[in-house]
Structure formats: structure tokens, C-alpha cells
Design a protein. Structure first.
Length: 209
């Protein structure tokens, strides 16, 4: 069996039975030696550093192209700067981490889904003072970490969820809803959806304001 398990080591201890728990010191020493060796070689550290559990948030301005055309380049540029400032204030307030911006879209991550939801709601409310509406989408999943940023299928799911959000709506995957059970956050079911490029159907929920 040990020959067929990559990295395994076979250690035969003295004794006539398998009741290791009667005198656990000897097997414990061997286990500690084995695990310490793996830790020092960095095999576990490397694996753990590559993937983290995170909640991703995507936002974008509703009808941004039409608004930009109506305002003109200079006024639109000023509005975008104010929009970015509003979002960054809310990210700081709810301990979100800005990962990327592209035009009027924001991509951020959180270490807790409830804070991410509260941040998305706060952003949606705050941009109304600028005469804007945003749509927001959230998903929680295990993400790859590359150059300090999260990526992978969980991020793609978050972006696709956001694409299904209505103006002014915060839309979440069923994963997010289940993780915040007991938080007092209320949801309205939005039914099943096909997320572009993601296998299967996904049940989506709108955060109740």
C-alpha cells in the first residue's frame, strides 16, 4: 500500500497488535517526523498559498455608455472619478480588497460573505447621490492566488452572476445565501439561471433591501 501512495513512508513499529492508542508515543513520534519533514520542504505551504476561500464582488454602472454619450468625455470622466471614490470608501469601510477596475466596473474580494453583501448594498445606495445605478453580483468559492490576486472558476461565476443583476440590485449565488444563514440578511429568489461558460444551472437570489 505504501508503494502505491506518492510520498508515503512505511514504518514498522515493535509490538504484537494494532492497539496504538494504548502506547501512542512511538507512532506519534513517527507521524510528527513525517509531517515536519513535509512542512519544511514546503509541500503543504505551497499548496495552501495557491488557493484561498474568498467572496468576490463585481459591480458596474447601469447604462454607462448612454450616460457617457449624454454627458460628454470631461463630465463623464469626473463622474467616474467620483464613482470610484464612493466605491473605495465603502470597500475600506467593509474591509474589501480592490483587485481590478475596468472603465466603470469594479472587482473586489472579501474574507466574509456578509460583509461583502453589506458593502454591495452600501455602494448601491451611495451611488444614487451621483445620479447612478449599479448592478452587483457576488459568489463565494475557493480561488487561485496569482500575483496577489484571486482567479479561477469562482471569479468567473461571480462575474456571470453580476451580469444577471437588475439595475440597483445585489444578486448572489446560492452558495453565498447559504453561508450567511442566520445573519438576518433577507433574500428574494430569482430562479435558475445559466451562467455563460459555467456548467449547469445556478439558483440566484436578490438581496432584499
Amino acid at each position: 500500500m505504501a508503494d502505491k501512495i506518492p510520498g508515503a513512508e512505511l514504518v514498522i513499529l515493535p509490538g504484537n497488535d494494532h492497539a496504538w492508542f494504548v502506547k501512542p508515543e512511538a507512532p506519534a513520534r513517527e507521524i510528527e517526523t513525517f509531517l515536519t519533514g513535509i512542512w519544511k520542504r514546503g509541500e503543504w505551504n505551497t499548496y495552501e498559498s495557491e488557493r484561498v476561500l474568498a467572496t468576490v464582488l463585481f459591480t458596474d454602472i447601469v447604462e454607462s455608455t448612454a450616460t457617457a454619450a449624454r454627458l460628454g468625455d470631461r463630465a463623464w470622466g469626473d463622474l467616474i472619478q467620483r464613482h470610484h471614490s464612493v466605491i473605495r470608501r465603502q470597500l475600506a469601510r467593509f474591509r474589501g480588497r480592490e483587485l481590478d477596475t475596468a472603465g466603470d466596473a469594479f472587482f473586489a474580494s472579501f474574507d466574509g460573505p456578509a460583509r461583502a453583501i453589506h458593502c454591495a448594498r452600501a455602494i448601491s445606495d451611495a451611488v444614487k447621490d451621483l445620479g447612478l445605478q449599479v448592478r452587483a453580483g457576488l459568489h463565494t468559492g475557493e480561488c487561485e492566488v496569482v500575483d496577489g490576486k484571486v482567479g479561477g472558476i469562482a471569479v468567473h461565476i461571480g462575474a456571470r452572476v453580476a451580469a444577471h443583476a437588475e439595475p440597483g440590485e445585489v444578486l448572489v449565488s446560492s452558495t453565498v445565501r447559504e453561508l450567511v444563514a442566520g445573519s438576518g440578511i433577507q433574500f428574494r429568489e430569482r430562479g435558475m439561471a445559466n451562467l455563460k461558460g459555467v456548467p449547469g444551472e445556478w439558483r440566484l437570489y436578490a438581496v432584499d433591501s
